[in-house]
Design a protein around this ligand. Structure first.
Ligand code: C2G
Length: 447
């Protein structure tokens, strides 16, 4: 009996996949098909896969060509499978010619002709209606957004806005492909969505005006300074059937979600403590260090450090207290938040002029999870137990500077694909703004 194996994502199952499986089956007597897991596709940089793994498996099964279906979830698995299942022929489409020659030491390798003029990427691009995005604010993060948007099907930055004409002109000089304007209403007329990356105190108003004008919003954190304002934005987005996303970058990265899932799975028992830190030394003349009202460590990093606490312990903290160190100009250069829950405690620390270890530690009754600095760009975390020799290592995928994950989530939601709201829910975003509001009151009470 000749055993054949092939692999693929088989997203949006099409004629090309069907032909490939048919020809693969004809190469032998028994066909094994490896369907990639979501996690593995993320590792391979495929972040736009639409069908979930069960749907993709089902489509392969329905062809009737597969005698056995397995899940491919890690690099190197092909070599294992070929040996384990005693495979005679490995086959894949001709778009991969040469890429799998290394398997020739284990079995025969056949590159089958690819069906012309059809691909998942093209179908995906037709499903993902291009979302024309306008960037609000042309500061430090805008060029990074442009760079990362290239990795997301359907995300098309077309315009940028800054109220200061000189800044607009400078930005246009570097990004000639964009329409650059200094009138916000003008911007809103030319786009389907905005990415708000302007100073903190302007987020709310820009978001509100966009939502009122039928434009989807992804806004840098904090979305607003009060609970009421954040609620107002979400209500407006729902009323007008628009997507509103708070860009707390860490929330959308695959590693952070995996950590949350491990923590919630009971692996470390009941969660009793969270410590989450984020510091970056800012220049003394930067906005973070000089803007007494809307700069400072909390508004810069508060939403990020609160994220794991709110996600894991929820909105019902019993009390919260704030402790800050202030610069002479009234800016908080370093702060700690202490949360008390009925059955857990949490501390967050952030700073713009104090450096700490930027780690995240989630402690439970059976063990703890440690995500070393910089946990907000999570590439690694560990689970530790009483027996110090027993350590589980996780190395989730993380590409670029991580912005692509939030952009991808945004475009998917606009296209009505996936139930991805769980990554940062309306409720979590509102709780974070409630704490922001309390922090702002605390700050006012001191200065
Ligand atoms: N294919 C084809 N003709 C097309 C499109 C795809 O023959 N018009 C083939 C591909 O060459 C591949 C299979 O269909 O053999 C599955 O394609 P994808 O779902 O795009 O999977 P891919 O990313 O190619 O993964 O470990 C996974 C493998 O490396 C292949």
């Amino acid at each position: 009996m000749t055993k054949v194996i092939t692999y693929g994502t088989f997203d949006l199952f099409h004629k090309g996949h069907y032909n490939l499986l048919k020809h693969a089956r004809e190469l032998g007597d028994y066909l094994i098909v490896g369907v990639t897991s979501e996690h593995f596709d993320e590792t391979r940089g495929k972040i736009n896969v639409i069908d979930d793994v069960l749907t993709r498996v089902q489509h392969v099964r329905e062809t009737g060509f597969a005698d056995q279906i397995i899940i491919e979830d890690h690099v190197g698995q092909k070599i294992e499978d070929i040996q384990r299942y005693d495979v005679d022929i490995f086959t894949v489409g001709s778009d991969w010619v040469g890429a799998f020659d290394y398997l020739k030491q284990y079995c025969e390798v056949v590159y089958l002709p690819r069906t012309p003029e059809i691909s998942s990427t093209e179908i995906r691009n037709s499903i993902f209606q291009p979302v024309r995005i306008g960037i609000v604010g042309t500061g430090r993060i805008a060029p990074r957004f442009l760079e990362e948007a290239k990795y997301v099907s359907g995300a098309v930055p077309v315009a940028a806005y800054n109220p200061d004409w000189n800044e607009v002109r400078d930005f246009k000089g570097k990004h000639k492909e964009l329409i650059c304007v200094d009138d916000y209403d003008d911007l809103l007329k030319q786009v389907d969505a905005v990415y708000i990356a302007s100073p903190n105190e302007t987020h709310f108003d820009y978001a509100r005006r966009a939502l009122e004008n039928g434009v989807h919003v992804i806004s840098e954190k904090p979305l607003a300074f009060t609970r009421r304002e954040t609620e107002q934005l979400y209500s407006l987005s729902e009323k007008n059937n628009l997507v509103l996303l708070e860009a707390v970058k860490a929330a959308y990265s695959p590693g952070f979600q995996e950590l949350i899932n491990v923590a919630k799975s009971g692996r470390i028992g009941e969660i009793r403590d969270i410590e989450s830190n984020y510091t970056r030394l800012a220049n003394s003349d930067s906005r973070e260090r000089t803007d007494a009202k809307y700069g400072g460590a909390f508004l810069e990093f508060g939403p990020s450090v609160m994220l794991p606490v709110i996600k894991l312990l929820g909105p019902d903290y019993r009390s919260i207290s704030f402790h800050s160190l202030w610069d002479e100009n009234g800016v908080d250069i370093y702060n700690k938040l202490d949360f008390v829950y009925d059955n857990a405690l949490a501390t967050t620390k952030c700073g713009v002029a104090v450096k700490t270890e930027g780690q995240l530690v989630v402690s439970g009754t059976k063990g703890y999870i440690l995500a070393p600095s910089p946990w907000w760009l999570m590439k690694h975390f560990e689970v530790h137990f009483e027996d110090a020799s027993e350590i589980e290592n996780y190395d989730p995928p993380f590409r670029g500077d991580g912005l692509r994950y939030e952009i991808s989530e945004f475009v998917r939601k606009i296209n009505g694909i996936g139930r991805d709201g769980y990554k940062l829910t309306r409720g979590e975003s509102i709780t974070m703004s409630e704490i922001t509001e309390k922090y702002m009151e605390y700050k006012k009470s001191i200065h």
